[in-house]
Ligand binder design. Structure first.
Ligand code: PGA
Length: 247
């Protein structure tokens, strides 16, 4: 019922010379059953969209402003991402929450703006190590979900990414039991808030040191509908293993 999503997050990596990785993914993607997405640096979106015009590979952004347009030097609007050919945007990534002090309220505004512009929003939630060790994980995730996701969402407009902050870029991952506990909890909260039909259809993907070695185990966990992959998405050879596992 829910099509798996393999989403790469290139973060602040990639220049023209790295576009070969996108060309290498094109053929592979057409043979898969999952949806495949690369969330690119803003400067590469148009080029990637051109390169993938004949394949099923989708391109997304990594952030957008909460306003539709205006005097916000250096920022990118949701409409600009859509105009460049992006179909998705990551919002509330923990690196944005930490580096730019993004609050749940701001992420909620960004999500509304992104959806209005025709983008699908990948809203990230996740606990820090301190929060996990203090047994606050579900409280934190519950609070982030309630405040970052706007009311009135339709199933296809939203993907929730569970990304434990301490697992991002560290090589550490939660146990499969811990991943399952959080994904089941997110599903429960989505169904309670948006009703069973919509709540059951929203995809919940896992992110944080997902790699070709651990993807098979993680994807077997209940309510894991795909992955948000940083480091291992930069090379087509690695990412293709993850795409295969999700197909
Ligand atoms: P990672 O990043 O796969 O490099 O841990 C994931 C993410 O931050 O989306």
């Amino acid at each position: 019922m829910r099509i798996k999503l393999a989403a790469g997050n290139w973060k602040m990596n990639g220049v023209k010379a790295n576009l070969d990785e996108i060309s290498a993914l094109n053929d592979l993607v057409d043979a898969t059953k999952c949806e495949v997405l690369i969330c690119a640096p803003a400067t590469l979106i148009s080029r990637m969209v051109d390169l993938t015009s004949k394949s099923e590979l989708k391109i997304g952004g990594q952030d957008c402003h909460s306003a539709e347009n205006g005097a916000h030097t250096g920022d990118t609007s949701a409409a600009m991402l859509a105009d460049a050919g992006a179909q998705y945007v990551i919002l509330g990534h923990s690196e944005r929450r930490a580096d730019h002090g993004e609050s749940d309220t701001l992420i909620n505004e960004k999500t509304k703006t992104a959806i209005k512009a025709g983008l699908r929003a990948i809203v990230c939630v996740g606990e820090t190590l301190d929060e996990r060790e203090a047994s606050n994980t579900l409280d934190i995730i519950g609070g982030q979900l309630a405040a970052s996701i706007p009311d009135g969402i339709m199933a296809l407009e939203l993907v929730v990414a569970y990304e434990p902050v301490w697992a991002i870029g560290t090589g550490l991952t939660p146990t499969l039991g811990q991943i399952g506990e959080v994904h089941d909890f997110i599903r429960y909260r989505l169904e309670r808030r948006f009703g069973e039909g919509i709540g059951r259809s929203i995809r919940i993907i896992y992110g944080g040191s997902m790699n070709p070695k651990n993807v098979q185990d993680i994807i077997g966990v209940s309510n894991v509908d795909g992955g948000l992959v940083g480091g291992a998405s930069l090379k087509a050879a690695d990412f293709s293993v993850i795409v295969d596992a999700l197909s």
